[in-house]
Design a protein around this ligand. Structure first.
Ligand code: HEM
Length: 323
C-alpha cells in the first residue's frame, strides 16, 4: 500500500482522523472511570472489559488478512476491496495499541500478559516497518538499479556476466584459455567467437570486443588473468567479494584503476568492459538485497501474529476461568 503526497488525503486522511478520534474517545471514556486514590481500572472493569473485547476483535480481523489473501478468498467480491482491507488493517492495527494499553490499565501485568503485550508491540512494529519498506524500497530500486532484472533470472544473468568477462580476457590475453578453464561450462572458455548464437538477456558486452581484423595481437597479462581467476569471477558469480573489494562504487573504480596500471595498454579496453560488467553485478546484488528486505519483515510479522492470536485465545480462556 503506497503512501505519497497525492494519495494520502483521498486514501488515508479519513482513516487517520477516525483512528485518532476512536483512540481519544476511548481514553476519555476510560478516564471518566478513574477515581482519585484508587488504582486505575483494569481488564475486569467496565471500560477495561469493553476496550479489551474491541482490541481482541480487531486483532482477529487483522489476522483475517492472511486467509483473505489466499487464492480461495482473493477474488471473493462480497468481502470488499483489497485496498479497503489494507487501509483497515493499517489503521485499526495501530488503534489496537492504545486500546490494549487502556484495557490493561497501563500495566504489562504478569508473565503471560507481558508476553502478550510484547508480542503485540513487535507485530505492530514489524507491520509499520513493512509498510515503510514497501514504500521506500521499490522507489530506491528504480533509482539505483535502472536495469532491474526479473528476480528469478539474476542467477542466469550472473552466469552470463562471468562468461562475458572470461571471453574478454581470453580475447586479449595469451594463454588465458588454460588458466580460465570454466567449471562445467566449456564453451565459455574456448575464446571462439560465437557469432550468430543467440544471447541471453542482461549483459553489456558486444559479441566481440574488437572486430577480428583490427583486433590487437594477444598479449601476456598475468595480472589480469589472476585478477579474473581470484576476484572478478567470484564477484560476478555471487555478487560478493572477499574483503569488500567491490563493496562500493569508489572501491570498484580503485580496483580497476589499479588493474589498468599494472597491465599493458592493449588490454585496457577489455578491463574497461569487465569493470562495467562488475558494476552491473553490483547493481544486481543491490537488487537482491532490496528484494530480500521487501519480504523479510513478513517473516517476523506473520508467524508472530499467529502466536499472538493463539496467546490471545489463551488469555481470554484464563480470564474467563480464573477471572
Ligand atoms: C494486531 C496487529 C496485527 C496483526 C495480528 C497483523 C497480522 C497480519 C497478517 C496475518 C498479515 C498477512 C500476511 C500475509 O501477507 O500473508 C499481515 C500483513 C500485513 N500487515 Fe499486519 N498485522 C497487524 C498489524 C499491522 C500494522 C499496525 C501494520 C502497519 C501499520 C501492518 C502492516 C501490514 C502489511 C503492510 C502487510 C502486508 C500486506 C501485503 O503486502 O499484502 N500490520 N498482517
Amino acid at each position: 500500500m503506497l503512501f505519497d503526497r497525492k494519495n494520502f488525503v483521498p486514501l488515508h486522511l479519513a482513516w487517520m482522523l477516525g483512528t485518532l478520534a476512536a483512540a481519544i474517545g476511548a481514553a476519555v471514556w476510560y478516564g471518566s472511570y478513574i477515581r482519585a486514590g484508587r488504582p486505575w481500572p483494569g481488564g475486569g472493569s467496565v471500560p477495561g472489559l469493553v476496550l479489551g473485547i474491541v482490541a481482541g476483535l480487531i486483532i482477529l480481523f487483522e489476522f483475517a488478512l492472511w486467509p483473505r489473501k489466499t487464492s480461495f478468498f482473493r477474488t471473493a467480491r462480497w468481502l470488499g476491496k483489497t485496498q479497503t482491507w489494507m487501509k483497515a488493517h493499517i489503521w485499526l492495527g495501530l488503534l489496537v495499541l492504545p486500546l490494549a494499553a487502556l484495557h490493561s490499565g497501563m500495566s504489562f501485568g504478569g508473565t503471560f500478559t507481558s508476553l502478550l503485550m510484547w508480542l503485540l508491540l513487535i507485530v505492530v512494529g514489524s507491520g509499520v516497518l513493512g509498510l515503510v519498506l514497501q514504500n521506500l524500497l521499490p522507489r530506491l530500486l528504480i533509482d539505483r538499479v535502472p536495469e532491474e532484472t526479473v528476480a528469478s533470472q539474476i542467477g542466469e544473468v550472473s552466469r552470463q556476466l562471468v562468461e562475458d568477462a572470461r571471453r574478454l580476457v581470453i580475447e586479449v590475453c595469451e594463454g588465458a584459455e588454460e588458466e580460465l578453464a570454466p567449471a562445467g561450462n566449456a564453451a565459455a572458455a574456448t575464446g571462439k567467437q560465437r557469432v550468430g548464437v543467440s544471447r541471453h538477456v542482461g549483459t553489456v558486452v558486444p559479441r566481440s570486443l574488437v572486430p577480428e581484423l583490427t583486433r590487437p595481437a594477444r598479449t601476456t597479462a598475468p595480472q589480469l588473468v589472476s585478477a579474473m581467476r581470484q576476484e572478478i569471477e567470484t564477484f560476478l558469480r555471487s555478487g560478493r567479494s572477499s574483503s569488500g573489494l567491490f563493496g562500493s562504487r569508489t572501491k570498484t573504480q580503485q580496483y580497476f584503476d589499479d588493474l589498468r596500471e599494472k597491465n599493458p595498454g592493449t588490454v585496457r579496453a577489455a578491463i574497461d568492459q569487465i569493470e562495467s560488467l562488475c558494476r552491473r553485478r553490483r547493481d544486481l546484488a543491490l537488487q537482491e538485497r532490496l528484494q530480500f528486505w521487501l519480504y523479510a519483515w513478513l517473516l517476523v510479522h506473520l508467524p508472530l501474529s499467529v502466536v499472538l492470536v493463539v496467546l490471545l485465545i489463551g488469555h481470554v480462556y484464563f480470564a474467563l476461568q480464573f477471572g
